[in-house]
Design a protein around this ligand. Structure first.
Ligand code: DX5
Ligand code: ZN
Length: 228
């Protein structure tokens, strides 16, 4: 049915921060494709996490893609700092930027790949005027701010709609845009999420909360194998 490349992106939000370096190494050795790096500001979302300093500190530990998810308002000021700190992808929420096209351009000019993030109630119509300029669409399957929340089932419909838009865009332009899902992804629902069109899967508590990261990531890939 599809020969899609699937990527697993453990979210460090659920890592043991007292041993962050070891956790990064362990999860990359366990088969992670991306390191998902959640940045929260206690303003756009009700939680506070880490910034460019920590991104810079983990950069030398891995060649894996660092996938920065900005949940900060405003977004622009901090973008060049993350680029300098070694981020590869920088995604932001349209509600957190006064000028969405400018923020996308800023991320690109800084040498990173831009992504746009959709909260559960953010309409996909933003894509009409942004899909041509971004490399990643991130669908939130929880309201952003915390790890360990339950997957919101309506996200599957949203994924299907986003997949349609991305496929149509690829047919027209030949450009690949990644479709990432974030929130409540587990071994037991990842196949259904893959079937709805996601190709990149953020998982925080499901991976870092498990005893054997390698076994968990392998189980996720095995489930995704059933989608094809
Ligand atoms: C939530 C974050 C997620 C979070 C996912 O605001 O954007 O990346 O870490 O955690 P889980 O996989 O536990 O739902
Ligand atoms: Zn995230």
């Amino acid at each position: 049915m599809t020969d899609r490349t699937y990527r697993i992106a453990p979210s460090i939000l659920s890592a043991d921060f007292a041993r962050l370096g070891e956790e990064i190494r362990a999860v990359v050795a366990a088969g992670a494709d991306f390191i998902h790096f959640d940045v929260m500001d206690n303003h756009y979302v009700p939680n506070l996490t880490v910034g460019p300093l920590v991104c810079e500190a983990i950069r030398p530990l891995t060649g894996a893609t660092i996938d920065v998810h900005l949940m900060v308002k405003p977004a622009d000021r901090i973008v060049p700092d993350f680029a300098k700190a070694g981020a590869n992808i920088i995604s932001f929420h349209p509600e957190a930027s006064e000028h969405v096209d400018r923020t996308i351009g800023l991320i690109r000019e800084s040498g990173c790949r831009p992504g746009l993030v959709f909260n559960p109630a953010t309409p996909l119509s933003w894509l009409d005027d942004t899909l041509h300029a971004i490399d990643l669409v991130l669908i939130m399957s929880v309201n952003p701010g915390f790890g360990g929340q339950k997957f919101i089932p309506h996200s599957l419909e949203k994924l299907r709609a986003a997949r349609k838009a991305i496929d149509a865009h690829r047919a027209q332009t030949g450009r690949e845009v990644m479709l990432e899902i974030d929130g409540g992804v587990k071994v037991d629902n990842i196949a259904e999420i893959g079937r709805a069109g996601a190709d990149t899967f953020v998982a925080g508590s499901a991976i870092f909360g498990s005893r054997d990261y390698k076994a968990t990531i392998a189980a996720m890939r095995a489930e995704l194998g059933k989608v094809k």
